[in-house]
Design a protein around this ligand. Structure first.
Ligand SMILES: Nc1nc(=O)c2c([nH]1)NC[C@@H]1CN(c3ccc(C(=O)N[C@@H](CCC(=O)O)C(=O)O)cc3)CN21
Ligand SMILES: CC(C)C(=O)C(=O)O
Ligand SMILES: [Mg+2]
Length: 265
């Protein structure tokens, strides 16, 4: 089976075709998502919250993400595999090379890092050394202590301008995908239209090129807090495979996220 690549996601963007992605942390769900046609699986550092029961993503280590990346990569054929670089594992370019290498050796096709302009040198260095990079802007959960909680970002003209500038600088530095989390829908739409690369949203409205959800949220089995921008698809279908297929369908048709799962401003 032909593997999904950045080029195929870029083609979807250019053709105006939306795509669905999910987090996964183990072989069984990863295989199920791969079978259902999920284009990209993220081994998110959300695993600290949904697997370990922590109240933030900060305790997660590179070794833990590498372990779960191995679990996912070993059972997937078609889907792209992206691994989160955990908190403080990419504070300097040198540190990022070593830690990204561990995740790539574990089977990732790309690594994801949270942050703006300060990351540009790191991104350029990684790409030059053969590591594809996905950016992440908006509500970047590793900065929860700076934000003072999991709060919507990018509200107001100044914050919006700042986020658009950051996105353009990251693209120039070499990211091939960008995640936008928990920002007003109109801002996410502007960013997606301003960039050539595919933009994947979570709590960022329906006008990004792709969508991502934490798998436990879309199955309604999350221990702890469930963000308001998620939707329980298992409740609708009563069957996991059908839930995943319905999610893909709703994303492709532009039905998810609806207004109730988006922030206007
Ligand atoms: N289960 C789960 N789902 C996620 O989407 C997720 C995680 N865990 N862990 C890592 C991060 C943290 N995330 C979060 C967590 C909470 C909110 C939250 O409380 N959002 C409020 C908006 C707050 C505001 O209005 O400013 C919401 O209503 O959704 C958002 C993202 C997203 N990620
Ligand atoms: C919510 C997604 C984008 C993420 O970073 C994670 O699952 O850790
Ligand atoms: Mg993450």
């Amino acid at each position: 089976m032909k593997k999904v690549s950045v080029a195929s996601l870029l083609k979807k963007k250019q053709d105006g075709q939306k795509f669905a992605t999910l987090t996964a942390y183990d072989a069984s769900f990863a295989k199920l998502f791969d079978d259902c046609g999920i284009d990209l699986i993220l081994i998110g550092d959300s695993l600290g919250m949904v697997l370990q029961g922590e109240s933030s993503t900060l305790p997660v280590t590179v070794e833990q993400v590498a372990y779960h990346t191995r679990c996912v990569a070993s059972s997937t054929e078609r889907t792209m595999v992206v691994a989160d670089m955990p908190f403080m594992s990419y504070a300097t370019p040198e540190q990022s090379y070593e830690n990204a290498a561990a995740l790539m050796r574990a089977g990732a096709n790309m690594v994801k890092m949270e942050g703006g302009e300060w990351l540009c040198e790191t991104i350029q260095g990684l790409v030059e050394r053969g590591v594809p990079v996905c950016g992440h802007l908006g509500l970047t959960p590793q900065s929860v202590n700076v934000f003072g909680g999991f709060k919507i970002q990018g509200r107001g003209d100044a914050a919006a301008r700042q986020l658009i500038n950051s996105a353009m600088e990251l693209e120039k530095a070499g990211i091939q995908l960008l995640v936008l989390e928990c920002i007003p829908a109109p801002l996410a739409k502007r960013v997606a239209r301003s960039l050539t690369i595919p933009v994947i949203g979570i709590g960022a409205g329906k006008d990004t090129d792709g969508q991502i959800l934490v798998m436990q949220d879309m199955l309604g089995i999350t221990a702890g807090y469930v963000p308001s921008f998620s939707k329980n698809y298992l409740e609708v279908t009563g069957n996991i495979r059908e839930a995943v297929k319905l999610y893909i369908d709703e994303v492709e048709q532009g039905l998810f996220p609806a207004a109730e799962q988006s922030f206007d401003e």
